[in-house]
Design a protein around this ligand. Structure first.
Ligand code: AMP
Length: 219
């Protein structure tokens, strides 16, 4: 399927935004834009952006809106984002949502949908604390239901726990989500672009729920 699609994927940490965003981007032939991935890449590269973001990320807090909006504004101006995008983990605050609206208005386009992936808190905690990621290829494992073959990934890279997946930080990230990101639910619901999807169960089923919901939105 290839058609214009401008969508935002929202949800608490470990709701499955990343997994679903990759698949949706492939489905619609548009780029997957994850602010979390952009920050992690900047940290790995030792870039100035990474130095500004690292402390906030490791404390489970949000990177300031001006920094985040700056990178998204630059990314959405790139040629591959002109026919659409799947935004993953952005916006996370009302000012970010307002900033996104300004960027899109200036481009003469609008969001087709905002998908909120809902998962109960006990499931989230179990998902996040078991998550392990390959430092080399980025492959994601889970210690309970998809463990790595050993301490290393199939590609030979080291499999580790993201610092922001440590239990104390997870609690902070969930609290940050509740206070700063959840208000976006009302923001987008009042605009009429919000669809809420059950994020529990098999990722294939969640994907089908999302594509069905998106089929009812946009162009
Ligand atoms: P994620 O991989 O989307 O869970 O993002 C990891 C971390 O990056 C978050 O816990 C935040 O510290 C930071 N981050 C990602 N996206 C944003 C955003 N839109 N606004 C502020 N901070 C963000």
């Amino acid at each position: 399927m290839r058609r214009e699609m401008r969508a935002v994927l929202m949800g608490p940490p470990s709701a499955g935004k990343g997994t679903q965003a990759v698949r949706l981007a492939a489905e619609f032939g548009v780029p997957h834009i994850s602010t979390g991935d952009m920050f992690r890449a900047a940290i790995a590269a030792g870039a100035e952006l990474g130095r500004r973001a690292q402390g906030f990320i490791e404390a489970g807090k949000l990177v300031p809106d001006d920094v985040t909006l700056g990178i998204v504004c630059e990314r959405l101006a790139e040629a591959d984002a002109m026919s659409g995008f799947i935004l993953d983990g952005f916006p996370r605050t009302v000012p970010q949502a307002e900033g996104l609206e300004d960027i899109l208005r200036a481009q003469g386009v609008r969001l087709d949908a905002v998908v909120l992936i809902e998962v109960p808190e006990d499931v989230l905690v179990r998902r996040v604390t078991g998550r392990r990621v390959c430092e080399k290829c980025g492959r994601v494992y889970h210690m309970e239901w998809n463990p790595p073959p050993g301490s290393a990934c199939e590609c030979g890279g080291l499999v580790t726990q993201r610092k922001d997946d440590f239990p104390e930080t997870v609690k902070e990230r969930l609290a940050t989500y509740r206070t700063q990101t959840e208000p976006l639910r009302d923001y987008y619901a009042s605009e009429g672009s919000l669809v809420v999807v059950d994020g529990t169960g098999d990722p294939d089923e969640v994907f089908r729920r999302i594509t069905r919901a998106l089929g009812r939105c946009g162009s």
